[in-house]
Design a protein around this ligand. Structure first.
Ligand SMILES: Cc1cc2nc3c(=O)[nH]c(=O)nc-3n(C[C@H](O)[C@H](O)[C@H](O)COP(=O)(O)OP(=O)(O)OC[C@H]3O[C@@H](n4cnc5c(N)ncnc54)[C@H](O)[C@@H]3O)c2cc1C
Length: 456
């Protein structure tokens, strides 16, 4: 329970500032626009109408799946979004017919899941959502401005300092804390991504920093666009192959707008994919099912592979702090960022925006405390899926509490049964697409089939 050091008066929701215009920042801004008179989103990159990766979002060069639950929330926030994306060429992948998933080395039976994953590239999704947010009458996006610090008054955060200059400017973002223009606000949302500053700001303001959970996956993704026929994979639009013990390598291949495919290869525990043409394909050969490998051999590369290193999944437990400065909220990746293989980040950000909306409906008093509790409930299932999945690999270091060991033994057995039984593949698919809570895989009918199935 928080013990506010400072009085927490209800403030008039006049102006909110969102730091960062990534997917998290845009979703926060969309929600805040319903509660505040004005919202300003501050972004270091230059933002224009082009649909291209940008410097501040290096992950935009890698595959981004918008899971069904995330798609549902985004369509509620931005009615007609799916139609707009498909009109721009983004494919949809129906889980029952067009998504192939290989887990524990076994192709899973097709789940009975009437749901779609949206296959827009990250630049297309982000620019479409950004245009919708920018069109809101009370939202202003201030691009080419780097956030350099906070403004505080009597322990309350009352705004942010920003400094003009975009990411191409040599010292953008490196300006000393405290320099720059002041933007006053009743609420400041830190959506600066994985490197979010809230933790450092807490220390500067004399608060404790949050405990962190980490899973040191040491994964690197290497991704490239490919030209392949639309039916190269027998109608499948997504093929996901998870890592297995002894082969900590994974891949996701998915169709994208512009009649392209994107292949993202992932290597955990330091087993990183090479970027050279032959080495890249050789790495893929160790992961891809035979028909997928054959299609990849015949594919025409449209871009060179690019790599991004992701050292660890990190969950900052702000809900466990006893004090927190009013007027500040960390959001999305700055709260928790997951090994991207599971495709959860944007969906979790969407669900956090719902948690924020619920929090704001009850006013600003104690908002951090209420938001952190609600966000923790949203993050917990995603963290469990990602952490359990990664800790199933002996190559990934870290403690494995009994509950993770038991869960992973159960999941290995489930994958064996779900290899042939769609009634068992379905609950698992519901959980990893965020359409059902993790407990769904332990429902009595599923558990009976799993426990009677073959032992791994
Ligand atoms: C390789 C990879 C693949 C991924 N694949 C998926 C996927 O398939 N599905 C999925 O749902 N999620 C995926 N994710 C996660 C997803 O990208 C994030 O969860 C999501 O973007 C939400 O992040 P965010 O808005 O918190 O941060 P970001 O999207 O990283 O945005 C942070 C923003 O802050 C800006 N910024 C940073 N510093 C400053 C500063 N000082 N001043 C001003 N602005 C600043 C940046 O320019 C950027 O615009 C993937 C991540 C990675 C790394």
């Amino acid at each position: 329970m928080f013990e506010p050091r400072f009085p927490l008066p209800e403030v008039h929701m006049s102006h909110a500032v969102v730091l960062g215009a990534g997917m998290g920042g845009l979703l926060a801004a969309r929600t805040l626009a319903e509660h505040f008179d004005r919202v300003t989103v501050v972004e270091r990159d230059k933002l224009d109408a082009s649909v291209a990766p940008r410097r501040g979002v290096p992950q935009g060069r890698h595959l981004h799946l918008l899971l069904p639950r995330g798609g549902q929330v985004l369509n509620r926030l931005f009615p007609g979004l799916t139609g707009e994306l498909t009109a721009a060429g983004a494919p949809l992948a129906h889980h029952e017919r067009e998504v192939r998933v290989v887990l524990s080395g076994l192709t899973q039976a097709r789940p009975r899941l009437d749901a779609v994953t949206i296959l827009a590239s990250r630049p297309l999704l982000e620019s479409t959502v950004r245009a919708r947010v920018a069109a809101l009458g009370n939202v202003k996006i201030l691009d080419e401005h780097a956030v350099t610090g906070l403004i505080t008054h009597r322990g309350r955060v009352v705004g942010a300092r920003v400094s003009p200059g975009h990411s191409g400017t040599a010292d953008a973002g490196a300006a000393p804390v405290g320099s720059g223009e002041e933007v006053e606000a009743d609420l400041v949302v830190d959506a600066l991504g994985r490197a979010g500053r809230t933790k450092a700001w807490l220390a500067e303001l004399g608060h404790r920093t949050p405990p962190e959970d980490q899973v040191k996956v040491n994964v690197a993704y290497a991704s490239r666009f490919l030209r392949m026929p639309a039916d190269a994979l027998g109608g499948d639009r997504v093929v996901l192959v998870a890592a297995i013990p002894g082969r900590p390598r994974a891949m996701v291949l998915a169709r994208q707008e512009g009649d392209r495919w994107m292949l993202s290869l992932g290597g955990l525990a330091g087993d990183h994919p090479p970027l050279t043409g032959a080495g890249y394909l050789d790495f893929a050969a160790t992961v891809a099912p035979p028909d997928v490998h054959a299609a990849l051999r015949d594919a025409v590369p449209l871009s060179d592979p690019v790599r991004q290193h992701f050292p660890a999944s990190v969950r900052r437990r702000y809900e466990r702090l006893r004090t927190f400065p009013p007027g500040l909220l960390p959001f999305a990746d700055s709260l928790c960022s997951f090994n991207p293989l599971y495709g959860q980040g944007m969906t979790v950000a969407a669900l956090e925006s719902e948690a924020l909306a619920a929090g704001l409906r009850a006013g600003t008093r104690d908002l951090p405390e209420r938001f952190f509790r609600a966000a923790a409930r949203v993050i917990a299932p995603a963290w469990l899926v990602a952490a359990a999945g990664d800790l199933a690999l002996p190559e990934v270091p870290g403690p494995r509490p009994a509950r993770i060991r038991v869960l992973n033994t159960y999941i290995r057995r489930l994958h064996r049964v779900a290899h042939q039984d769609p009634t068992v593949a379905t609950p698992f698919a519901q959980v990893i697409t965020y359409l059902a809570p993790p407990a769904r895989i332990a429902a009595p009918t599923t558990a009976r089939k799993v426990l009677r199935g073959p032992r791994p």
